[in-house]
Design a protein around this ligand. Sequence first.
Ligand SMILES: *Cc1c(COP(=O)(O)O)cnc(C)c1O
Length: 453
Amino acid sequence: MEHIKPEALKSANHFPNEDDVTSAKETFWINSFKIPFEDARGFIEFKDTDEIAASERLERFSSYIKKIFPETEVSNGVIESDIVDASPIQSELEKHLGFVSVGQLMIKLDSELPISGSIKARGGIYEVLKHAESLAVDSGLLTYNDDYSRFSSKEFREFFSNYSITVGSTGNLGMSIGIMGACLGFNVTVHMSTDARKWKKDLLRSKGVVVVEHEADFGHAVIEARKDAAKNSQCHFIDDEDSADLFLGYAVAARRLKKQLDAQRIQVNSQHPLFVYLPCGVGGGPGGVTFGLKLVFGDDVHCVFVEPTHAPAVLLGVATGLDEHVSARDYGLDGLTAADGLAVSRPSGLVCRAMRPLISGITTVDDKRLNPYLAVSWDAQKIKLEPSAAAGFYGYFQTVGSSDYIQHYSLTDKMKNSTHIVWATGGIMVPEDEWLKYYEDGRERYKSEMCNN
Ligand SMILES: *Cc1c(COP(=O)(O)O)cnc(C)c1O
């Protein structure tokens, strides 16, 4: 596989705002490596056929999913979220937080995804299902044409109890994998950093998942998880920093999104650009979704990642050309953020390489903005977000405000016809008392307009 060579990338003109990033200032990095999608395809190790295979695999599992998670009955066993118009939020943001409204704002409600209430219900559950399928097929228990509701049988659960799954997680990935893996009968171990939320650990333990806590950060939890998994040949390690399966599970979102937009008669073409704002941690979630979106919409979709100012892992990986060989800590940043899903210092190299020719840019956001967005989302539309999931709003604000970006892509005349999707990556699983603290803090701040600047 040929990649754009990192040595060719280490040049200051690809990373003009390096100083802002290093000093944890909010900034918008415009990706000067981006090339037309048709040219980019040859540099990416994933193909459209990979995404199709993932999509078909999830279809095979739909009878099983429907059977064990009754909340997916309405969608026929497909784990999918709605996309809704967000103009009430848009006008509140304009009124209180100085947003300039451009185009139609929409919100993608992965915050309400069935089973685990976050974007991780895409990639995490997909990788567990794929692993279960291959074990069952290899052992002769299953053929691809069977009715997959058989996975809920005692026979299958007993079979999977001989196998284990291990993952390192900031929280939501562990929940998706823990819930799904335990349902199938696997022995699941989740390694978490101590700063991961207690309610997530409690919930997992209540499902019979083993939770191992580590004093240090997420990167350390992953290292320990990897070591632990290597000791057991029957153990599958889900590697958030380097997993093609997670990536492809996320990618499946895109074709479904196109159907949802078609149903609402929202056009995407060269005269009607689509912008998508994706909160980013290690990169797999936003990266997979971006890859899928590019397959569907090509150059008519503009994907912007949003990272905390203290943990701009993917920005550093992509902009410096160093991929997984750079960490926010190398730049003197502490990696600490209230956005726990984004509290990642070292990016996934696989994702950096795939995203370098595709993404439009990466914006960083200060933590102080997240709770106000969360509060506005509730007040205007009763949408319940977690802090990480609110980060996308700042991507919208930064992008439509960037005349450099808009001119660079000759978008000036097209912005009035543009559609903007804030990808709300998590929310409904947050316990009420915990969520109320975010909300009250956010409401206080936006009512007093403290976060205008
Ligand atoms: C994990 C997560 C993300 C980011 O996904 P990555 O694959 O880590 O980049 C964003 N939001 C929430 C709520 C998450 O849990």
